[in-house]
Design a protein around this ligand. Structure first.
Ligand SMILES: Cc1ncc(COP(=O)(O)O)c(C=O)c1O
Length: 478
């Protein structure tokens, strides 16, 4: 058993001794799959497609807090000197935020309600960065009343607002970055150009405001680690200017932009750059605002197949939303791990038996309609440039979590609304013959999904989350 640390520094400082304990990390993901499988299976087995009342068959998430914890330990190992402030906007599920609070992270809040959520969990206001360079006037007053002092700015009007409403603020000057390689670019909207920073630092001084550091964001879903290189060296330049104007520069906020698959590379470049420009001897406190990194991989979404249409022409490729086309080489066909999954299938069939038994012509094509779509949790397709990968969860009365069988059938996958744009995948080849009443699942659905869901057409924007993994972490009851 791994004892839960009570603060960030418990992990950072103890990491050499507690880092990557076997039962949480090396076998952690495998064990998690078992927990997720059990949660998915017991929930969908309880739904009688023919008899259930509206809502019982709704899409739902299974969220694995063990995965969040693993990401946290990984952060501590790769970036031990950077204190993460979870970006609440990414996924504000209170259980997730509370869990991260227990781990000792700080929080990046962008609005009054995010501040309220974090404070309601007993987090002290000095663990919050109000990381929104353009803030609502009344929110500024509110932040002041709740003791939230750290906040970002990037323009002169904002400085005047802060001077009027929250003069005791501890300000971080947000600068632009080269985020051209990021999925979601932010610098076209936020950040001061380097050349404008001296003017802003001077005005802040004139207004009697305290600039305490610099913030940047290399773009969400960033893919070029070198973006950190320039951002860190620009930050150093601004630190020097800040000192020149008499500000006590002591915090560097390196923002978000970290993803599960590129984290190790990103962290390596960032660490080297920080060592050069902001070594520990500088006394500068370094913080970050990761969102996607913590939330994405922990959430699996299960959706019910509410309707199906046979495509007579055999051609199911449609003009879906940007990036929604799936090819035969898509990752949907990658999972070949029958051993663990056999435990979860009923009857005597192993996965390979199923493959043989169901092998067929492979020439059918269908349109599948799920009870969640682009107006719901797949809002990430539109807003976050994601391409969620459809996988079969239950078909023909059998459970296929983490199983791939041999046969390939072509589908396009749609959401439940009446809008043609509501397309999850315009072409995907799957192994099973999926019918009405079956279930699909999608992994890595924790970032920028439920937080931007709508109620268009009267479909729900809130979905149940089944939490697993907390039992491995004593003291984290939900
Ligand atoms: C100011 C700020 N901080 C942090 C984040 C989180 O970014 P990510 O999810 O890429 O880590 C965002 C995302 O838009 C942001 O705007």
């Amino acid at each position: 058993m791994v004892m839960a640390p009570s603060a960030w520094h418990d992990i950072a400082e103890d990491q050499t001794t507690i880092a990557y304990p076997d039962d949480v990390l090396s076998s952690g993901r495998e064990r998690s799959r078992g927990l997720i499988a059990d949660a998915l299976k017991s929930r969908i087995d309880a739904v009688d497609h023919d008899e259930c009342i509206p809502g019982e068959e709704d899409a739902f998430f299974v969220a694995d807090l063990g995965e969040v914890y693993r990401q946290h330990l990984r952060w501590a190992r790769h970036l031990p000197n950077i204190h993460p402030h979870y970006a609440v906007k990414c996924n504000p599920a209170p259980q997730l935020v509370r869990f991260l609070a227990s781990l000792g992270t700080g929080f990046d809040c962008a609005s009054k309600s995010e501040i309220d959520l974090v404070l309601s969990l007993g987090v002290s206001p000095d663990r919050i960065v109000y990381a929104q360079p353009v803030k609502t006037n009344s929110y500024l007053t509110y932040a002041k009343s709740r003791g939230v002092k750290q906040m970002t700015f990037d323009n002169t009007d904002e400085l005047r607002k802060v001077a009027a409403k929250c003069p005791g603020a501890e300000l971080l000057l947000r600068i632009t970055t080269d985020d051209s390689a990021a999925l979601c670019q932010l610098s076209m909207k936020f950040g001061a150009a380097l050349k404008d920073c001296p003017k802003l630092l001077k005005l802040a001084k004139t207004l009697g405001l305290n600039v305490v550091g610099v913030a940047f964001h290399v773009g969400s879903g960033a893919s070029d680690p070198l973006a950190f290189k320039k951002a860190v060296s620009d930050s150093k330049t601004v630190f020097n200017w800040g000192h020149d104007y008499g500000h006590e520069m002591k915090i560097l906020d390196v923002g978000g932009g970290f993803s599960d698959d590129s984290f190790d590379d990103m962290a390596g470049v960032l660490r080297a750059e920080l060592d050069e420009h902001f070594p520990s001897s500088s006394g500068v406190r370094i913080i970050a605002e990761p969102g996607r990194y913590y939330a994405a991989t922990a959430f699996t979404l299960a959706c019910h197949v509410i309707a199906r249409r046979v495509v007579e022409s055999g051609d199911v490729e449609f003009e879906g939303p940007e990036g929604s086309v799936r090819s035969v080489d898509d990752k949907a066909g990658e999972i070949v791990s029958p051993a663990a999954s056999n435990m979860h299938n009923s009857g005597d069939h192993g996965a390979f038996d199923l493959a043989e038994e169901r092998e067929g012509s492979g020439s059918e094509s269908y349109m599948l309609y799920l009870n969640d779509g682009v107006y719901g949790n797949f809002s990430s397709i539109m807003f976050d440039h994601q391409q969620p990968i459809p996988r079969v969860l239950k078909a023909d009365g059998r459970f296929f979590y983490q199983i791939l069988t041999g046969r390939r059938i072509t589908y396009s996958i749609w959401g439940p609304t009446c809008d043609g744009i509501d397309c999850i995948s315009s072409r995907v080849e799957l192994s099973e013959k999926v019918e009405v009443g079956d279930w699909m699942y999608f992994e890595d659905m924790g970032a920028y999904t439920m937080c931007s869901a709508t109620r268009f057409n009267g479909f729900p924007d809130g979905h149940d989350v089944v939490w697993v993994g907390a039992d491995a972490l004593p003291g984290f009851g939900l």
